[in-house]
Design a protein around this ligand. Structure first.
Ligand code: UD1
Length: 423
C-alpha cells in the first residue's frame, strides 16, 4: 500500500518553493478546449489530478506534450465527447469540461464526476445554469447527456457561492451568443486566473475577482502561453506545518495577498510572519496559542481546503480551539485518526472543539482524501515517534512531492510501500 512514513517531533528549519496551483490549472486546462491551436501552460504542477485531466483531453483527441512544468495542448482535431469513466470518476474537475465541450461540440455524455469524499458535492447549479443557456440535459442514474444547438448568454444568480459552477458558466459563456451575467459568483483567486487566461485568449470578461461577472460572447479565442500562479493551498499547508512543529521556514513564491485570512489565523496562534514579494517567512518559537472561533467560508474567508491542516495544528496549541465547517459536511473525517495520536477533539455536527495537548504520538493512520491526508502528514511531523499515513495517492492528487517539500523544511519523512495485512 502506498504510504508516507514520518519520524516526527523535531522543529522545522528550511525553505521550499511553492508549486503551481491545482485549482487554477484544472479549469484552465479545460479552457484550452475552447481554443483552436497550441496553448502553452507553464508552471503546471505534476500532480495526479492534472495527469487525469490531461488524459481526458487526450481522450477527446487533443495532443498533449509535457516537458518538466511546461505543458502544450493542441486542440485542433477535437471531435468526440464520450469521456473515459476511470478519469471522470476520480476527479470532480472533469465536470469543468462540460461547459467548454458544449461550447465546442454542442453535445456531451458523461458520468457524474467523482472527487474527494468530503461531502455530497452535487452539480445541480452547473446543470441549472447550463439549461438557462440553451442546453437540454437528460439526467440518468449514473450520468447525463447534454445537448445544445448553440449556447446563448443568460443572467444567473447563484443561490450560494460555488467555485465550480462559476467556472463552468464562465467557460460556457465566453463563446456564447450574447451577454452572460453571473451574480453571487465565487471570488476565489483561481477564478481570477481562469478569467485572466481567457482574456489573454481574446475573451471579453469584466469583474474577475468580484461577485459579479459580465461576459460578452466572442466569435473565437486564440492560442496563448500562460504561467500558472502559485498554489495558495499548498503554501497554507506548509504554513500550518510550521504551526504544528514549530521552527522557522520560508515559502518561496507563496501568494501572500491570497493568504490574508490564513496569515491572520496563524498570527492569532502566535506565529511571526513576514510577507514579501519573494514569499512568506514564518517563525513559531513558542508553543502555539489556541484559536477559538475559526470558521471556513468562501474567498476571502478562511478556506475549507486548509481547515484540516489548521485542525492538526490546533491539537498541539495551548488551550481550547474551535472550528466550524460551513462548506463541506465530511471534512472532519480525520478526527478519529488524530485521536489515535492522542489528540483531544470533540465532534459536534459541523463543528469541532479541540483541547490542545502538549504532545502527539506516532501512529498508523489512513488518509481518505486529499487535504485531510496532508493534514495527517503534518500531524506526523509534529508527533513523537514514527507515523505512517497510508493511501499516499490521495495526497498526490494535489501535492507534487509533499515528502521532498517537507524534507526541505527539515522534516524527516519518505514515501514507502506499507505492508498492511487485510483485516
Ligand atoms: C472547489 C475546489 C475545492 C474547494 C471548493 C470550495 C477545485 C478543483 N476545487 O471545489 O478545492 O474546497 O471549491 O472552496 O477548484 N454545491 C452544490 N451544487 C452545485 C455545486 C456545489 O450544492 O452544483 C455545493 C457543494 O456541495 C459545496 C458548496 O456548494 O457544499 C461549494 O462547492 P464548490 O464551491 O462548487 O466546490 P468545488 O468547485 O467542487
Amino acid at each position: 500500500m502506498d504510504a508516507i512514513q514520518i519520524y516526527g517531533g523535531n522543529c522545522l528549519f528550511g525553505q521550499t518553493k511553492i508549486q503551481g496551483s491545482k485549482n487554477a490549472v484544472l479549469p484552465i486546462l479545460a479552457a484550452t478546449l475552447l481554443i483552436d491551436g497550441v496553448c502553452e501552460i507553464e508552471n503546471c504542477p505534476d500532480i495526479s489530478d492534472v495527469r487525469h485531466m490531461l488524459r481526458l483531453l487526450e481522450s477527446l483527441c487533443c495532443t498533449v506534450t509535457r516537458e518538466k512544468q511546461k505543458v502544450k495542448i493542441y486542440t485542433k482535431q477535437l471531435s468526440q465527447c464520450e469521456m473515459p469513466q476511470e478519469s471522470v470518476g476520480v476527479m470532480r474537475s472533469s465536470v469543468m469540461l462540460l461547459g467548454a465541450l458544449l461550447a465546442r461540440t454542442g453535445s456531451v455524455s458523461m458520468q457524474y464526476p467523482g472527487g474527494c469524499v468530503i461531502g455530497s458535492r452535487p452539480i445541480d447549479l452547473h446543470l441549472q445554469g447550463l439549461r438557462r443557456m440553451g442546453v437540454v440535459i437528460e439526467e440518468k442514474e449514473d450520468g447525463f447527456h447534454a445537448e445544445t444547438t448553440g449556447l446563448i448568454g443568460a443572467t444567473h444568480r447563484l443561490p450560494f457561492v460555488s467555485v465550480g459552477a462559476t467556472e463552468n458558466l464562465v467557460l460556457a459563456a465566453v463563446l456564447a451568443d450574447g451577454e452572460t451575467i453571473i451574480e453571487n459568483a465565487a471570488r476565489e483567486p483561481e477564478i481570477g486566473a481562469l478569467c485572466e487566461f481567457l482574456t489573454q485568449a481574446g475573451a471579453d470578461i469584466e469583474g474577475a475577482g468580484t461577485g459579479r461577472l459580465r461576459i460578452k460572447g466572442v466569435k473565437r479565442l486564440h492560442p496563448v502561453s500562460y504561467r500558472v500562479p502559485p498554489d495558495r493551498i499548498v503554501a497554507g499547508t506548509y504554513l500550518a506545518t510550521c504551526l504544528c512543529s514549530g521552527g522557522e521556514i520560508f515559502l518561496q513564491d507563496a501568494p501572500c495577498l491570497q493568504l490574508q485570512t490564513v496569515i491572520q489565523a496563524a498570527q492569532a496562534m502566535g506565529a511571526g510572519i513576514q510577507e514579501s514579494t519573494e514569499g512568506l517567512y514564518i517563525a513559531c518559537k513558542e508553543r502555539r496559542k489556541a484559536l477559538p472561533g475559526l470558521e471556513t467560508d468562501s474567498y476571502p474567508g478562511f478556506p475549507t481546503d486548509l481547515q484540516s491542516a489548521f485542525l492538526a495544528a490546533m491539537t498541539l496549541a495551548k488551550g481550547k480551539s474551535t472550528i466550524r465547517e460551513t462548506i463541506f459536511e465530511n471534512r472532519f473525517r480525520i478526527v478519529p485518526e488524530l485521536q489515535k495520536m492522542g489528540a483531544d477533539i470533540q465532534l459536534q455536527d459541523n463543528s469541532v472543539i479541540i483541547e490542545g495537548t502538549d504532545r502527539l504520538h506516532g501512529a498508523l493512520l489512513q488518509a481518505e482524501e486529499l487535504r485531510g491526508g496532508a493534514a495527517l502528514v503534518l500531524a506526523g511531523t509534529a508527533a513523537e515517534g514514527v507515523t505512517v499515513v497510508t493511501n499516499r495517492h490521495f495526497i498526490e492528487r494535489g501535492y507534487e512531492d509533499i515528502c521532498l517539500d517537507l524534507q526541505k523544511l527539515g522534516a524527516r519523512c519518505k514515501k514507502v510501500d506499507y505492508p498492511v495485512a487485510d483485516t
